[in-house]
Design a protein around this ligand. Structure first.
Ligand code: SF4
Length: 354
């Protein structure tokens, strides 16, 4: 069935080579000098792609530099203890990425025949189609297109695609053939993919795309139709709201923290301020010291931390729980705290430590 933008797609596909050439020239002249681009290697590409999954470049930069100083290659990462790997990842979130990257390094070191294309990379832990395409095109020059949220946005605008997609995965599925057709016109696959990502991150942004500065605006049907900003059309996901109450319990120079078991499905081995519910302390009887709001996937979470004084009986009961530990304040730096807990603890403990 012919879609409303069939002609725009065909025009774009016919112009794939000049489009890719103009985009590539713009990338060469304007790309941000990111460390994995300035000094590229297979290992640096793999690490940067893992870190950049669901995380912005500015957040990744300091982590990347520290990571390279600590684990400069696959071998050093493969030989590291998991606790050291997670500690170096602390604050980047989505820790399964760190675990998978660690496993990947071990698998890569052990492999007698190293992966050399996107299909082979997908056999490695944590490597989905997007990451595999990015690694294979950048490190092995394979002509396979990356398609993520940024690329969906660019392609739907370039082809003036007004279809309503049920979500990112449907859009990826529908737009992958167009991405592949344009890739066919590109001389250097890695540079083309990086240029698409750079365009999405810097000019073809979610809101207020800078079309006048865009190197490919003459090929952009969405811009010419005056509706770039409303594309792509993705069905809105419903956001759920949730409230979490946590306890700050202090005893001498110690605070009570929960460490998730090593085999837990979420947050394995990591530390958090315990939830009041988990401690059997709801409703909470204490002052609210801190209130934060954060979003994880399609959840909006309101987090409150209460000052809780435990009775002797409560302490005795909680001391018996294997996941709860009284941690001396001076040992906090050595623990891997989950998500924003280190920041919260710094705020909560700052006045007391002055
Ligand atoms: Fe995006 Fe505008 Fe460039 Fe089209 S012209 S690709 S909408 S920045």
């Amino acid at each position: 069935m012919e879609t409303e933008n069939q002609k725009d797609c065909e025009k774009l596909e016919a112009n794939a080579a000049p489009f890719a050439s103009r985009l590539g020239d713009w990338f060469d002249a304007h790309a941000r000098p990111l460390p994995w681009r300035v000094e590229p290697s297979l290992y640096r590409t793999v690490v940067s792609e893992f870190m950049l999954q669901q995380t912005q470049v500015t957040t990744v930069l300091p982590y990347f530099e520290r990571w390279m100083a600590r684990f400069p290659d696959f071998r050093s990462l493969a030989g590291a203890e998991e606790t050291a790997v997670l500690k170096s990842w602390e604050g980047l979130g989505y820790y399964s990425r760190a675990r998978n990257l660690h496993k990947l390094a071990r698998q890569w070191v052990a492999a007698t025949s190293k992966p050399a294309n996107a299909r082979e990379w997908q056999q490695f832990p944590g490597v989905g189609p997007y990451t595999a395409a990015a690694i294979a095109s950048i490190a092995h020059h394979e002509a396979v297109a990356v398609v993520d949220g940024n690329v969906i946005r660019i392609l739907s605008r370039l082809s003036n695609d007004g279809r309503v997609f049920s979500g990112n995965s449907e859009a990826v599925k529908r737009l992958t053939p167009l991405a592949a057709a344009i890739m066919a016109g590109a001389g250097r696959p890695g540079r083309h993919n990086e240029a698409m990502m750079e365009l999405g991150a810097t000019l073809c942004t979610k809101t207020r795309p800078q079309c006048l500065l865009c190197p490919v605006n003459t090929y952009c049907a969405g811009y010419q139709a005056g509706r770039a900003e409303v594309l792509p059309r993705l069905r809105r996901r419903q956001t759920r709201s949730r409230e979490v109450q946590r306890a700050l319990c202090r005893h001498g120079g110690n605070i009570l923290l929960q460490q998730y078991p090593a085999d837990a499905r979420r947050l394995a081995g990591q530390w958090e301020l315990p939830e009041c519910n988990f401690l059997g302390l709801s409703p909470v009887n204490g002052a609210c010291l801190l209130e934060k709001s954060r979003g994880i996937a399609n959840e909006r979470i309101r987090e409150q931390v209460f000052a809780v004084e435990l009775s002797a009986a409560q302490q005795t009961r909680l001391n018996r729980h294997p996941e709860l530990h009284w941690v001396p304040l001076e040992k906090l730096d050595g623990l891997t705290l989950s998500g924003p807990h280190r920041r919260w603890l710094a705020e909560l403990l700052a006045p007391a430590q002055k």
